[in-house]
Write a protein that binds this ligand. Structure first.
Ligand SMILES: C[S@@+](CC[C@H](N)C(=O)[O-])C[C@H]1O[C@@H](n2cnc3c(N)ncnc32)[C@H](O)[C@@H]1O
Length: 551
């Protein structure tokens, strides 16, 4: 299908259904190669950014009525609406870098639009003047709703020692490219300058957001550096606090795309064993690619569901640390693009239901990790800013029977990047200041994505250690799906490349995919439960009928 038609179909889908941008491609039945898919996505995103001004143009230059033969009101079911098709065409003509419609001149919509291009351009200039915007790009919708205090976008680059290259060689390389290292942070970061991050001094370089020296650079191509947001480095850093080479092995329970995995691997000096789980087949393939590029030789990756792993399996008997960075709402991702499609009127009910489902799944993951016998440190993190997925999940985990029995408690602040200022929300942790101090939160104003990091610890002789959860705090309701039931019963019985907005979108999409997977599973389980209920109902009815006969 023509690339413009595909993008227009996706726009139609978003109009009708909301949801994620990438989801709209799949849901509109658009089949494309990965390259085409990216191109369509980019067009959809860019068109959404300019949609208000494009719609305004269509009122002053009414192409829908001026060209109604080419852009009819009624279209066949499989075709995109004329309005959406016009939006994507106008976008390319007026806002794309090439300022042209990339289709054959014989395709009727193209000449139909081009006939009006002089008028369209003139009207666009009028809109610009009216809005006081000197550049066309300034007509795009902003993702900073307040608009008055723009958040400085930073480019974080993590040095990857697994590559065998030296950090000082990276400094030299940057020097040759004209970049100077500053001794301390300066914001806004001056062009052609960089500095080492104050919390992750040994690995994280901080540049202006628009820095792209790494594109096609051998350090990037050969895995000597990895593009990774600062907040996303923190869980791995907290996990490996105090690590010594002979301590044991680690697990990354939710590994793809593998940025944290490769950081943990590096902190293990690429030695020993790091078991990496990834449930999704596609994401597992990405993980393998990323691990290879990052020269990780100590990672044993498996395409498997962590919840189905056996904590008593001999294979994991040496595991002392687990990283849990499960699927979440992704509400903290700064470059999220859902502001382009989110509707004010989005039902808060469905949002809270979604958060509840996610929280329930996240809790199951922690409770499962608690079962691994030799484990003494578990880091739970999300790229969410919702307490439902953050502090409240932590509190529920601490209050679980298994946490109390095995002596799981929350690590104190001094083990969880103490110099990081923004800590947990006390009111979400039963008013307990120490607990709140034990966890980390990040917000865009901290020049990172929104993020949450917590760390559970236990003394391996554990049984005598008291859990530090206070009974005042809230617990997550267990849901009635099979997996939840299993865990609850068990519990009672004794649980790269973010080079542009597309990459940012992809990470968001991956998060959404994770949610979708959970939902699919939950629905399957619900259906199963429904079938069982029906069976029981039928059996009871049969019984009743039999009894009546006897009477
Ligand atoms: C937020 S992402 C992890 C990002 C990763 N830690 C990184 O920094 O690159 C969550 C990942 O966990 C995977 N996942 C979710 N549930 C899982 C499970 N039960 N077992 C294994 N992987 C799971 C998802 O498919 C997704 O790839």
């Amino acid at each position: 299908m023509n690339f413009y038609k595909s993008a227009a179909l996706a726009l139609d889908h978003l109009d009708k259904n909301q949801g994620s941008v990438k989801g709209s491609l799949a849901a509109s039945g658009i089949k494309s190669t990965p390259g085409e898919g990216k191109r369509i996505l980019a067009l959809v995103i860019e068109t959404l950014k300019y949609k208000p001004v494009l719609l305004q143009l269509l009122t002053t230059v009414p192409l829908l009525s001026l060209e109604k033969l080419t852009f009819p009101r009624k279209v066949p079911r499989s075709a995109p609406s004329s309005q959406s098709l016009l939006l994507v065409l106008l976008h390319d003509l007026l806002f794309s870098t090439k300022n042209k419609i990339e289709a054959s001149d014989l395709w009727p919509p193209k000449p139909a639009v081009l006939k009006h291009q002089a008028r369209l351009k003139a009207e666009l200039v009028k809109i610009q003047i009216k809005l006081g915007k000197s550049r066309k790009e300034d007509l795009a919708r902003s993702n900073n709703p307040s608009g008055d205090s723009p958040i400085e976008i930073i480019r974080y680059i993590r040095y990857n020692p697994n590559s065998g290259k030296k950090l000082k060689d990276l400094f030299q390389h940057l020097h040759k490219l004209g970049y100077e290292k500053l001794d301390q942070p300066i914001y806004p970061i001056p062009p052609k300058n960089y500095f080492l991050d104050i919390h992750l001094k040994d690995v994280l370089l901080t540049f202006q957001g628009n820095t792209n020296w790494w594109l096609k650079d051998e350090w990037y191509e050969k895995g000597g550096i990895i593009l990774q947001d600062k907040a996303s480095c923190m869980p791995a850093k907290v996990l490996m606090e105090g690590w010594e080479a002979n301590e044991g092995e680690c697990i990354d329970a939710t590994a793809a795309p593998g940025n944290k995995t490769s950081y943990v691997s590096a902190m293990m000096s690429n030695r020993g064993k790091l078991h990496a789980f990834e449930r999704s087949p596609n994401r597992y393939n990405t993980l393998i690619r990323m691990l290879e590029k990052a020269h990780c030789r100590n990672v044993k990756a498996q395409r498997a569901d962590f919840l189905e792993s056996d904590p008593n399996n001999e294979v994991y008997s040496k595991v002392t640390r687990i990283l849990l960075d499960p699927s979440c709402s992704g509400s903290g991702i700064v470059n999220r693009l859902d502001y382009l499609v989110e509707n004010e009127a989005e039902e808060s009910d469905s949002k809270s239901e979604r958060l509840e489902k996610l929280a329930s799944f996240q809790l199951q993951m922690i409770l499962h990790a608690f079962k691994f016998t030799s484990v003494k440190r578990i880091v739970y993190s999300t790229c969410s800013i919702h307490p439902e997925e953050d502090e409240r999940v932590v509190m529920s985990a601490l209050q679980s029977k298994i946490a109390k029995e095995r002596g799981w408690k929350l690590a104190p602040r001094d083990q969880v990047i103490p110099s990081w200022e923004r800590r947990g929300r006390e009111e979400e942790m039963g008013g307990d200041k120490d607990l709140a101090q034990g966890v980390i939160r990040c917000l865009p104003e901290d020049k990172t994505n929104g993020f949450f990091v917590s760390c559970f610890i236990r003394d391996p002789s554990g049984l005598s250690v008291k859990s530090n959860a206070s009974s005042k705090s809230s617990t997550i309701k267990s849901k009635s799906n099979k997996r939840d039931r299993d865990e609850t019963e068990d519990d009672q019985g004794g649980e790269q490349g973010e080079s542009d907005s597309i990459s940012a979108l992809e990470s968001k999409v991956e998060v959404v995919k994770g949610i979708e997977e959970i939902e699919v599973e939950m629905n399957k389980e619900k259906t199963q439960a429904q079938l069982e209920r029906n069976k029981r109902k039928k059996a009871a009815q049969k019984d009743k009928a039999k009894k009546r006969k006897v009477e």
